[in-house]
Design a protein around this ligand. Structure first.
Ligand code: SF4
Ligand code: SF4
Length: 340
């Protein structure tokens, strides 16, 4: 089923590419990408973000792309060590907080592998528009996923981090049928994001991200504070800013996230589909060793993304590499040391 969907994705992209070159139809009114010249410059997002912090307050530097790549590599390395050593889940707030502060608030959520899905899809028509830092952002987490699964989800993703840190203690477990049906949604999001980006019309993944408001707001305030430390001032009208709809969406996502673990990751994230596919063929896949396992089901009950399933015939548990986000919650709870 998944492979059929991926095939459909490529057919969509190919047909989108040919239509993009043939058609000059106007783009829908969202994060519009008006011309090839502007494709790589993030102008439309920058304009949207300006309502949270005008250019006046921004502190830009050429060092950022290098710092972004170094920070991504560092949090992924930390995540790999934590996953490899089966460090208890409660310690994952450390890479989560670093990621959230750096990629979320200091960089404003806009240099992110999740968003790079759209940039890379745009690059199918305009390869010259993919910058080195976008390529690194897109490929590095996928490379790590190929080596040891979705470490990026638990250690390097600002969207994952905000959801992880906000998650309540008692999460609602969705009925299996609803869980199965909703798992198709990220695949649809991936196909739609790629299609719309290839058509040069819309950065869908940015619209779907409900947490961007928090990132833009934090980013704006960090830049304003830098401005104050440099002897400048902050005008009162910039104290509380932003699009009301975006704030309502953010608050709704936060409230939902208090009861449902990582709703964006599980029901929306297009990049998660690519990470999941590479995790299925990864070199070091998490598995349950059937020898010490006494089939008590504790790991299954404690998996926050329902990645552990029981075979109805053999009654043995197994882990879906596609869905496992490497949070170590199963190994933290297993009393028989059965998770490898
Ligand atoms: S599923 Fe997507 S949003 Fe969630 S942590 Fe992974 S990459 Fe980030
Ligand atoms: S199987 Fe579930 S609990 Fe275990 S690491 Fe993966 S996501 Fe976490």
């Amino acid at each position: 089923m998944k492979w059929l969907l991926i095939l459909a994705l490529f057919l969509f992209i190919l047909s989108g590419q040919s239509m993009a070159t043939e058609s000059d139809s106007p783009a829908p009114p969202c994060f519009k990408i008006p011309s090839a010249e502007e494709l790589g410059s993030d102008n439309t997002i920058a304009k949207y973000r300006e309502q949270y912090s005008p250019k006046l307050y921004l502190t830009e530097s050429d060092i950022w792309p290098l710092a972004d790549a170094a920070m991504l590599a560092a949090v992924l390395l930390l995540g790999c060590v934590m996953v490899w050593r089966h460090i208890q889940t409660k310690w994952f707030w450390i890479p989560g907080l670093i990621t959230l502060l750096y990629f979320g608030f200091i960089r404003g959520g806009c240099i992110c592998p999740v968003g790079s899905v759209a940039n890379v899809a745009i690059g199918l028509n305009h390869p010259e528009m993919i910058g080195k830092s976008t390529a690194i952002m897109f490929l590095l987490p996928l490379l790590v996923a190929f080596i040891m699964g979705r470490v990026f989800c638990v250690a390097g993703c600002p969207i994952g981090a905000i959801q992880h840190l906000l998650a309540g203690k008692r999460n609602v477990r969705l009925p299996a049928t609803i869980e199965r049906i909703t798992r198709i949604l990220p695949v649809i999001a991936l196909i739609s994001t790629a299609w719309l980006a290839v058509r040069g019309s819309c950065l869908l993944v940015c619209i779907l991200d409900p947490y961007k408001t928090a990132f833009f707001f934090g980013y704006g305030w960090i830049h304003r504070l830098i401005n104050v430390f440099q002897g400048g001032f902050v005008e009162l009208r910039w104290f509380w800013v932003g699009d009301l709809t975006a704030w309502v969406i953010l608050i709704s996502a936060v409230l939902l996230g208090l009861r449902v673990y990582r709703p964006f990751c599980r029901f929306v994230c297009p990049y998660g589909v690519l990470l999941g596919l590479l995790s299925m063929v990864s070199l070091k896949r998490r598995r349950i060793d059937q020898n010490p396992c006494v089939q008590c089901g504790i790991c299954e009950k404690n998996c926050p993304v329902n990645a552990i399933v029981r075979d109805p015939v053999t009654r043995e548990f197994s882990i879906s590499a596609y869905h496992c986000i490497q949070c170590n919650n199963c190994s933290s709870h297993c009393r028989k040391d059965g998770i490898r």
